[in-house]
Design a protein around this ligand. Structure first.
Ligand code: NAD
Length: 587
């Protein structure tokens, strides 16, 4: 009522005859004209987005032949010319300065796939300066043009670059064909396409209320400054998304890739360049993580961190940002998706064979090096015999070896530090830790590559080391619990680790599924019923966890894109007022 009264009062205040506009207000200066020249003459509708169709690489298929050819070409190049030389890329310029480092093949560590250089402090500073210089034009580019670049990148990836990027991911990060297809082809194309749709949906969100007297609008500004992105080794797609999500919203990004995924990440830069991403929008600066942190975090224009990696590194980075708060022009956005200790939990009504087979996939695909990988399992004692027999029989069938032999299901872990860490846990168990034993697997060798057998550990202690620590390797630990202690064991599982990334409950009893979902509400950001805890698909199961697993900003969803914008509310008034006071002020 009050608001209607105010509108009525403003109406009364409208003069009948408006004074003629002065010449000065009627004609724009030429510089203003230029500043208001927006060449988007329509509300463009994006092409419909859909998940990238997965190819199956069955023997005799055309895609298998093309991928084999791409791998052969890389092998031939390495034999004839040596490792690829990957540059630092700043504002479109390539730099090869400082000590050369190498990325080796995990399953064949004597073969170097590429070399790269630790970017110097001066080059990182140049990356920041030229990114900031590129920003005004980039953020002023109409959204449909920005989106077109990423849609084109997805199409280039889907067709022209598919096999090159898959081969780079297989040879460099040790993924088998199927895992590389899921990651480097499907997930990356999905990130790029779906984010365009989500961004368009965000821009379309406008205040629901206006009036005849004024117009309310929301403008989704990019952050003021630049974003720093750190990507992990284990998903090529994550690197592509960590940079593309902020860039799509009009930001510029300094990207430090993982030393263990340099070559595939460089191919992403090639794709983005060919798709038309202007120089300076994404700066590719491999090298010393601490130096990149010092240069970017000590800059007043640092506006955001987009991180995926381990929990301890993320906490350390957050701490550094906090310590620097006084030097920043704004509060930096901090987005981090981090570690996990993900579980499968079986109720006594579960299909034990289904759960055991899903555990093999979730625990051992990509050698357990997915952030979502299953690494602890709770099995009720009534199902233990069937679960144990299935898992032992089936794990023994897993074929392991170099990924360019397509019949291998498992390969090697990423590098020596990872191999040493995981085998340290296995040695401890083999030496008799008093509570755990190896049910199947447990052997390892780093003679040619960093091979660790898919291993199932059984423990009597639900808080044993391998039940609580993130090993990030092919080791799954099982704890057998009394079948009638379902709810108590759910509570135990909820409190066993500080993580909260993924979990799967297996039961045919609906009440058990409901109880599991309720008790584990905060134990996982991605929760599965009668399904494995890995395999999230963009546009279907937005991914991310809470607690020590991250800020849960759901990569590949609108929630993530919101973190890279700083909305401005605009109210424009159409009707001049003629007095400052209100009807209520009248005598
Ligand atoms: P990592 O933490 O070792 O490295 C991630 C990035 O941080 C890399 O670019 C690395 O060079 C950089 N980095 C490392 N030390 C740094 C330092 N001191 N200062 C600044 N930057 C530093 O992680 P990783 O081994 O590449 O990846 C595996 C980890 O990532 C696992 O913990 C896994 O769970 C997690 N992960 C999580 C998700 C998720 O969505 N939650 C996805 C993938 C991986």
């Amino acid at each position: 009522m009050l608001r209607q009264g105010a509108i009525a009062a403003a109406r009364l205040a409208v003069p009948r005859l408006r004074a003629p506009l002065s010449l000065a207000t009627r004609s724009f200066s030429s510089s203003l004209r230029a500043a208001t020249a927006v060449p988007q003459l329509g509300h463009f509708k994006l092409p419909d987005v859909r998940n990238e169709p997965m190819l199956n690489y069955a023997p005799g298929s055309p895609e298998r032949a093309k991928l084999e050819q791409a791998i052969k070409e890389i092998r031939r190049d390495l034999a004839e010319k040596g490792p690829y030389r990957v540059p630092t890329i700043v504002n479109g310029e390539e730099f090869f300065e400082g000590d050369a480092q190498a990325q080796s093949m995990p399953f064949e560590h004597s073969t170097k796939l590429c070399t790269y250089h630790n970017s110097s402090a001066a080059t990182i500073r140049k990356a920041i300066d030229t990114a900031l210089a590129a920003k005004p034009a980039w953020e002023a580019m109409p959204f449909n043009d920005r989106a077109a670049i990423f849609l084109k990148a997805a199409d280039l990836l889907s067709v022209k670059y598919r096999y090159k990027l898959l081969a780079a991911t297989m040879l460099g990060q040790g993924k088998n064909v199927w895992q590389a297809e899921i990651d480097a082809a499907a997930e990356l194309a999905d990130f790029w396409r779906f984010n365009c749709q989500y961004a368009s949906d965000i821009y379309a969100q406008q205040p629901t209320k206006n009036s005849e007297l004024y117009w309310n609008r929301l403008e989704y500004r990019p952050l003021e400054g630049f974003v720093t992105a750190y990507s992990p080794f284990n998903f090529t797609a994550i690197g592509g998304n960590l940079v593309a999500a902020p860039a799509l919203m009009g930001n510029v990004v300094i990207w430090k890739p993982s030393p263990a995924s340099i070559y595939s990440n460089y191919v992403i830069m090639e794709i983005l360049k060919e798709a038309g991403l202007p120089d300076g929008v994404v700066q590719f600066v491999p090298g010393d993580a601490e130096l990149v942190t010092n240069e970017t975090f000590n800059h007043p224009d640092f506006a955001g961190l987009h991180f995926t990696g381990s929990t301890h590194v993320f906490k350390m980075l957050w701490q550094k940002i906090s310590n620097n708060l006084d030097i920043y022009k704004s509060y930096p956005r901090i987005v981090g998706e981090t570690g996990g200790k993900n579980m499968h939990f079986l109720h006594k009504s579960a299909d034990a064979r289904h759960a055991a087979l899903q555990t093999i996939r979730a625990g051992f695909e990509y050698q357990g090096q997915k952030c979502s990988a299953c690494s602890r399992v709770y099995v009720p004692d009534n199902l233990w015999d069937e679960f144990r027999e299935t898992i032992v029989t089936e794990v023994k069938k897993i074929k392991q070896g170099p990924v360019d032999d397509f019949t291998n299901f498992c390969g090697a872990v990423i590098n020596k530090p990872s191999y040493d860490k995981i085998t340290g846990y296995l040695k401890n168990i083999k030496n008799g830790d008093g509570v755990s034993s190896i049910l199947v697997g447990g052997n390892f060798s780093d003679a040619k590559g960093y091979f660790i057998e898919p291993t199932v550990v059984v423990t009597k202690d639900p808080h044993s080391k391998t039940m609580t620590d993130e090993l990030f390797g092919p080791v799954v630990t099982v704890y057998v619990y009394p079948a009638d202690k379902y709810e108590e064991t759910l509570e135990l599982a909820d409190k066993t680790t500080s993580y909260g990334l993924t979990a799967g409950i297996f039961a045919s009893d609906r009440y058990a599924l409901i109880a599991g979902a309720n008790k584990l509400r905060n134990a996982a950001g991605n929760f599965y019923l009668n399904d494995k805890c890995t395999g999230a698909i963009v546009g279907q199961q937005p991914f991310g966890g809470s607690r020590a697993s991250g800020t849960n900003d759901k990569a590949g969803s609108a929630l993530n894109l919101y973190r890279w914008i700083s909305p401005r509310t605009i109210k424009e008034s159409f009707v001049p007022i003629t007095a400052f006071d209100y009807p209520s002020n009248k005598q």
